[in-house]
Design a protein around this ligand. Sequence first.
Ligand SMILES: C[S@@+](CC[C@H](N)C(=O)[O-])C[C@H]1O[C@@H](n2cnc3c(N)ncnc32)[C@H](O)[C@@H]1O
Length: 568
Amino acid sequence: MSQTNSPKELLAQIKDLEVKIKQLKDHKKYGLVWEQKPEDVVLKCEENIPVLKEVKNRKIVTDNLELSNLLIEGDNYHALSVLNYTHKEKIDVIYIDPPYNTGATDWKYSNDYVDSNDQWRHSKWISLMRNRLKLARNLLSERGVIYCAIDHYELFGLGLLCDEIFGENNRLGVITVVHKPEGRQFANFFSPSNEFMLVYAKNKSVAELNQVILDEEQKDRFNEKDEKGSFYLKNFIRLTDGKYSLRESSPEGFYPIYVSEDLSEFSLEKIKGYIAVFPITDRNVERTWKTFGDTFIEKVKGGNIIAKNENGKINIYEKLREDQVIKTHWSRKEYHAYHFGTKIIEDILGVKKFDFPKSLNLIIDILKLSTKRDSVVLDFFAGSGTTGHAVLELNKQDNGNRKFILSTNNENKICEDVTYERVKRVINGYKNKKGEKVEGLGGNLSYYKTDLVNTEKLHVVSDEARIKVTYQAGEMIAVREDTLNETEKNEWWQIFTGNGKITAIYFKENKERLRELIAVLEKKNTNIVLYIFGWGKNEYRNEYSTKHIKIEDIPEPILEVYKEINRL
Ligand SMILES: C[S@@+](CC[C@H](N)C(=O)[O-])C[C@H]1O[C@@H](n2cnc3c(N)ncnc32)[C@H](O)[C@@H]1O
C-alpha cells in the first residue's frame, strides 16, 4: 500500500539524500584504504605533551667547538612530535628502515607484538607508518629528500601511502638494492636477493642529487660503444639515441635542427648559412630527436648541446644531466647486509647483538648522493645506528660537518646496548674482534629520552599545566636552539649554553626577577634567546628584546605545534 509523504517528510528525505550524495562524492576513488587502528602512543598525545630529558652521563664530547649529534630513546611518534617543534623544515635527508612486517613477531603496535595471525597486521602497519611519515614530512627542508627502505611484504602499501603523503609528483625513484646476492635460503619460487628504497622529495622542482659515481658499472655507461663502434663522448649522449625513436613511429620528431657553420649556434628556425641536420644515424636509419621543442632550446641556452663534425657528418650531442647518471638498480657488492652490516657491528661490539642492520656502505652512498657537507640527517627507525655511523664516517672522509639525529625505541635495550654503544665506540675508537685498535672518528653525542608532560586536555590546557610544560620544556628548547649545556637552573629560570650562544627560559608569571636575569644575560655579550613565560603570544617581545636578546614565547607556540599534530 503506497503512502503519500508530507512535504516536510519529503524535504527531510531530500536532505538525507544530499548527505549521501556528498559522502559518495567525497569517497576516495583511488588509493589506499585501510582500517585506522588507534595507537596508544598517539592517543597519549591527546592528553600529554612529549618533551625531551637528557641522560647526562651518556654525553660524549670529543670536540667542544662542534655541534652535537642527537640520539633520542623512545617511541619515534613522540620523538617526531618533539622534532616538529625543534626541527621543523630543518632536516635535509631522512633515511628510515622500518620493521618490514614479515609476520615474525619483531614489532609492536600499542604494546602488542604483531604476528602473521593478526588479521589487522597490514592496517596496523600502515597506521604506524602514516602517523610517523606525516610528522616526518614537516621536518624536511624545501630541498629535503626521504629514503624509505622496504621489502616485498609492504612495498605496495608503503608506495601508495608515500604517494599520498609526499605526492606522486615528488617521487624521485624506486631503487632496488641487492643486499643478499646469493638469495634467501628456504624461499619458495623466487628467492629474494634485493630490497627496495622509495625515494621522495619534499619538492621535486628544487631537489637535487649530487654528481657522484657510485660504482664502476655506472662509469661503464659512458664507455658503451655506439652503433658505429665509436665511444660516446664522456658525459654526452647523441641526440639520435634511443631504440624506439624511429621516424615512422613518431613522425613529428623528425625535423631539421639548424647548426651554424662553426658548430656553435643552434636554431629550430631556418637561418641562412646554417646547416640543416636531421636525426639520421650513421647507418642511414631515420629516427627522431631525443630532446625537442622548448626543452631543446633551454638546453641550448644552458650550454648543454654541442655539435661535432665526425667524418664529414654533423652529429648533435646532449650533455647528460647529473641526476641521470644514477641508476635505480644498486648492486655494489659492498651493499651486502651481512658482510658490511652484521659483521661490522659484531666487530665493533664484540658479539652479535642485532639481526638486520643495513650495509654501512649503502648508507654512506645515500649520504654522498643527497647531503651537503653541513646537512642534518634523521633516522627515526635507527636500530643499530648505521645511519649515525655512516654520517661520522663520511664526515671523516670529506672533512664534513654533517649532523645526525637518531631515534629508536629501547626494545630489548637496543638503544642503550646497541645504538648508543656502537656510536660511542665509533666516535671514541675501539678494539676489534682481532684485538686491533681502531681509531675513533671523533664527534659529539647527546642522549635524550622522550618524556610526557600531562596536560589533561590539549585543546583546553589549564593554567597549571601551562606552567608545568614551561618547567619541563628546557631540554627540548635547548635542542631547538643548539645550546645543549645546562649551566644554571633555579626556581625562576634556566640557562643553556653551547655553540657560542645562550638560551634562557624565565619560568614565572611574576616578572619581578626578569630584569635581574636580563642584566646577567646582557653582560655575556653574545647572541641570546630568552623564552619568557606568558599566557599567550607576543606579550613581551617589544618590552624586553635588546640588541643581543631575542624574545620568544613559552609555552603557547609549543602547545600550538602539538595541537596541529593532533589534527593531522
Ligand atoms: C629494521 S630496524 C632498523 C635497522 C637499521 N637500519 C640498522 O641498520 O641497524 C628497525 C628498528 O626500529 C625500531 N622501532 C620499531 N618501531 C619503533 C617505534 N615505534 N619507535 C621507535 N623505534 C622503533 C626497532 O627497535 C628496530 O630496532
